[in-house]
Ligand binder design. Structure first.
Ligand SMILES: CC(C)(COP(=O)(O)OP(=O)(O)OC[C@H]1O[C@@H](n2cnc3c(N)ncnc32)[C@H](O)[C@@H]1OP(=O)(O)O)[C@@H](O)C(=O)NCCC(=O)NCCS
Length: 249
């Protein structure tokens, strides 16, 4: 899918059935990093300060800052007012969502880029990865992907394998993030399509024959050289793509 990433108007409304996908840069001037840092809760600052590399620390701060800024705009609140709670495997959620069904979101970062996906009422997961040469891609597939995925990967011509690998990686990660289980769930317990020639699809979830039909998997194109995937509970969502503005005071 070739998305048209728009710069949004000031007013943020999110209709039921819509999914808003925001992309943003994590490299920001020091002044912006210092400003968004003032919005973070004590546990977020503690986590930020555990990074030994300043650049990674600042990426985490900016990611959390943009998450707070965008969610606050939907909720008509200030970024620093939001409180998060965490699922058993660390998935963040709003502590007091205010609206029922509540806003659901998921954040992802890879290198200097971030993505945030937001919807109402449906579990959601997003992932992105920089596509880079990976000589051991085949080994990772055979160790961690499912039997059906391994067969699909090995049947592909060499020229398609790298994009198939990153399709698989981001799709599997987005599904694990949508369920909130992260790597607590085994990567070979469900199948996704990998080939750039096939539609993105969650094909099977082991032990749950109808589960695959309860989720939608979308391919994302967050920018040149970047693979992306989005998984949302339900079907027929309307996707909209936005560039996140600079954080404001
Ligand atoms: C934590 C995990 C959910 C994603 O980690 P990741 O790919 O390193 O990081 P991403 O950038 O995609 O996502 C991180 C964000 O997801 C959110 N997150 C954290 N735990 C989560 C969970 N259990 N479920 C959903 N989202 C989660 C957080 O917002 C986090 O960002 P923050 O800490 O800055 O707020 C987990 O699946 C993991 O550790 N994955 C390892 C990656 C891997 O080996 N993948 C192999 C695929 S073949």
């Amino acid at each position: 899918m070739q998305e048209a990433w728009q710069t949004p108007s000031a007013c943020r409304t999110l209709a039921f059935g819509e999914v808003h996908v925001w992309r943003f840069a994590l490299d920001r001037p020091a002044g912006i990093v210092r400003q968004v840092e003032t919005w973070l809760a004590a546990d977020e600052l503690e986590r930020a300060n555990r990074f030994s590399m300043t650049r990674l620390r600042d990426h985490y701060v900016v990611g959390r800052g943009i998450l707070r800024m965008l969610l606050a705009q939907y909720l008509g609140r200030r970024p620093a007012e939001l409180e998060f709670r965490y699922g058993p495997w660390g998935k963040p959620d709003l502590e007091r969502p205010r609206v029922i069904p509540s806003i659901q979101f998921n954040l992802a970062h890879s290198g200097p880029r971030g993505l945030l996906a937001v919807t109402i009422g449906y579990s959601i997961g997003v992932d992105l990865e920089h596509i880079r040469p990976l000589p051991d891609a085949g080994d990772i597939v055979s160790r961690f992907f499912s039997a059906a995925e391994i067969a699909e990967f090995l049947a592909l011509p060499e020229r398609l394998r790298l994009s198939a690998f990153f399709n698989g990686w981001t799709r599997k990660e987005a599904f694990l993030k949508a369920t909130g289980s992260g790597l607590a769930n085994s990567l070979d317990s469900f199948d996704v399509t990998l080939s750039p020639c096939l539609p993105p699809c969650l094909l099977r979830v082991a032990g749950h024959p109808s589960a695959a039909r309860r989720w939608s998997l979308y391919h994302l194109d967050p920018g040149p050289g970047v693979a992306g995937a989005l998984v949302v509970q339900g079907a027929g969502h309307q996707l909209r793509f936005f560039e996140a503005p600079d954080p404001e005071a």
